[in-house]
Design a protein around this ligand. Structure first.
Ligand code: NAD
Length: 387
């Protein structure tokens, strides 16, 4: 099996799907690895390092023509999708729940599309493949560091001859993988940290990191399926925003990480809440995406300063800003999944296996994932941009 690593499509993407360590692992398992020239450049990984690890470095067209499997981080661009061949395997964070066009294209092309973001993460054997967690963990760390860098005062309590600085008050909204990492990092930097989530299970995790758990009286527990949060009703959303506004105004830094799989991220920091914050406060919106964000008015990869002097950073692409760490972890995730799907050097799919059934989106010209397939085998209506 020839496994190819392509250069990422998105202009802002600095990660690469496989690092040289992963090349050596796949070659050791009897696979042949091809890498696109320059694939690792933006993660400071030279073609020579890939070649030394056992890969053959090729130009894109040659690579696409030879590949049995394509490994990527984000979804492929039009040039790659146009070159897909029946039977090819495509693995990446394909965001199928919010990309019905890509799902339909993959089915039409007859490729086997496998998406890491659909991995059943609670299965113990899925842990080494959990790219959502590895990347969220990086993002949470970077969000806290970014906030500290932008904040015009100290995070820790500092007693000096020139006076005493009180510690920063940091509020983290959404305490999943990213939120907990942001909480831990802000705590290590010396801030006084509060965490909030709609899942009741988050309380113990927040408190175990030495932070205070914020409980709202107006919104009840909202745990959904598979350990995720459920989407709140319109009434709950409004009550949550209103009650959070008072708490937000009492903090110097707010980091938001709230997501609901396949849906538009909930707005937790309203325009009114931003007005409650003091000049010099910093808000990092990790939920910022093309679907919208957790903070009113935030936009992905943009920093805005409100009229009352609050800096709002739309930081939806943080893993890409730490490409060396993010690529190394992603490489372990994707190579573990690939080796799980391969036997004796060939793809050996078994959709009676719950892990495999969880990640395989299309196969033999049909959409096969239960969350996406229609009875006719076409792509379901998967517009994730809920109101
Ligand atoms: P996520 O990225 O989907 O969402 C981030 C956080 O936002 C979640 O904690 C969610 O509860 C919260 N959230 C959503 N809507 C909210 C709202 N309106 N207000 C406040 N908070 C809101 O979540 P994630 O980090 O991917 O983790 C989701 C769950 O999966 C967690 O329970 C996590 O512990 C679990 N998980 C388990 C494993 C495992 O079992 N090995 C691995 C990874 C994650």
């Amino acid at each position: 099996m020839k496994v190819a690593v392509i250069k990422e499509a998105a202009p802002w993407e600095r990660r690469v799907a496989l690092v040289p360590e992963g090349v050596a692992k796949l070659c050791g398992a009897g696979l042949e690895v091809l890498t696109e020239a320059g694939a690792g450049d933006r993660s400071w990984l030279a073609d020579e390092a890939y070649a030394e690890a056992g890969a053959t470095v090729l130009a894109r067209d040659e690579l696409l023509a030879a590949a049995d499997a394509l490994l990527m981080v984000g979804p492929p661009d039009a040039r790659v999708t146009a070159a897909l061949r029946p039977g090819q395997l495509v693995i990446g964070l394909l965001a199928p729940l919010t990309s019905p066009d890509l799902v339909a294209t993959a089915a039409k092309a007859g490729v086997t599309a496998v998406s890491l973001d659909l991995l059943p993460r609670t299965l113990p054997r899925a842990q080494p493949m959990d790219a959502l967690s590895s990347q969220a963990s990086i993002a949470g760390y970077k969000a806290a560091v970014l906030a500290a860098g932008e904040f015009g005062r100290f995070f820790p309590l500092l007693i000096t001859a020139a006076g005493t600085a009180r510690p920063a008050k940091v509020l983290v909204l959404g305490a999943g993988v990213a939120g907990l990492q942001a909480i831990g990092t802000a705590r290590r930097l010396g801030a006084v940290v509060t965490g909030y989530d709609v899942r009741p299970a988050a309380r113990a995790e927040v408190e175990s990191l030495g932070a205070t758990f914020l409980e709202l009286t107006s919104v009840g527990p909202a745990a959904g399926e598979g350990g995720y949060a459920r989407e709140l009703t319109g009434e709950e959303r409004q009550a949550q925003q209103d009650e959070l506004a008072g708490h937000i105004g009492r903090h110097d830094v707010v980091i938001t990480t709230a997501q609901v799989p396949g849906r538009r991220p909930p707005v937790l920091v309203s325009a009114d809440a931003l007005k409650e914050m003091a000049a010099g406060s910093v808000v990092v919106d990790m939920g910022a995406s093309d679907l919208g964000g957790n903070v009113a008015g935030s936009a992905v990869d943009q920093t805005i300063v409100t009229e009352n002097g609050v800096t709002v950073i739309g930081a939806g692409r943080l893993p890409s800003s730490m490409p060396a760490a993010a690529s190394a972890m992603y490489s372990r995730n994707i190579s573990s999944l690939l080796l799980y799907l391969v036997k004796d050097g060939e793809l050996a799919l078994d959709l009676s296996d719950d892990l495999q059934a969880g990640v395989v989106v299309t196969r033999d010209g049909s959409v096969v994932h239960p969350a996406l397939a229609t009875p006719a085998g076409g792509a379901a209506d998967v517009d994730g941009a809920a109101d």
